[in-house]
Design a protein around this ligand. Structure first.
Ligand SMILES: Cc1ncc(C[n+]2csc(CCO)c2C)c(N)n1
Length: 215
């Protein structure tokens, strides 16, 4: 049998935390929410702020990537955020009468998540940036791919799930996973910090999603 990879070991070491994540109310409620659900409306406003922060993080990762194939892959991921994801928010905000959060009004669970992304980007540690991206992408991939096809009746919710279940999204999550395995394999001294970054990011992700339900 092949040895479990670095990321498989990191995910297994935090299995209890990931189980909590998979049981999160957000994942359970998402398919039955709609544009009138207060938690979903709050979530979209928080999520828009997160996507803006993610654009900067991925742009920093493009700059930090040591090879052209990595820069090219990450630039495509950045393109997905600035095009498909921002187009989603333009359409959803217009349809649902939502607006971006005013500065200083985000709840602490959300702003802490954004601040950690910003720190990872500004810190310049490529592996750390990838670990932050991986934890969030893995969570969304796992959450959204577990929702049965057609389960969400609302068009905004269905479109949001579709953005996180398409092949490109899955491939990106798996690409991040494989690259982290490479980095941890090449530099075993970096592995503990990468594993800790995956776990701490997941905790912040859960606080982010808790905030949508705390009115
Ligand atoms: C709250 C929240 N967490 C994670 C994602 C998934 N995601 C989309 S872009 C990005 C960063 C770049 O990989 C991540 C993690 C999300 N949409 N919203």
């Amino acid at each position: 049998m092949t040895e479990p990879s670095f990321t498989d070991r990191a995910l297994a070491a935090d299995a209890a935390l990931w189980d909590t994540a998979f049981a999160h109310r957000f994942a359970r409620d998402l398919p039955v929410m709609d544009g009138a659900t207060p938690a979903f409306r709050r979530y979209l406003v928080y999520e828009y702020a997160l996507v803006l922060e993610a654009i900067d993080l991925v742009a920093r990762a493009v700059a930090a990537a040591p090879t052209i194939p990595e820069k090219r892959w990450l630039a495509d991921a950045l393109g997905g955020l600035v095009h498909a994801q921002l187009a989603y928010f333009d359409a959803a905000f217009a349809r649902l009468g939502l607006a971006p959060a005013r500065p200083g009004t985000l709840p602490v669970g959300v702003s802490a998540c954004l601040a950690a992304m910003r720190r990872a980007g500004a810190g310049g540690d490529y592996g750390e940036m990838l670990a932050v991206m991986f934890a969030g992408e893995w969570l969304y991939w796992t959450w959204c791919s577990a929702i049965p096809a057609g389960a969400a009746a609302d068009p905004e919710v269905a479109a949001w799930i579709a953005l996180h279940t398409d092949e490109a999204f899955r491939d990106h999550a798996l690409w991040l996973k494989a690259l982290l395995d490479d980095i941890a394999g090449t530099d075993p001294d970096a592995a503990p910090h990468l594993a800790e970054t995956i776990a701490s990011t997941l905790r912040r992700e859960l606080a982010f999603h808790d905030a949508a339900f705390a009115a």
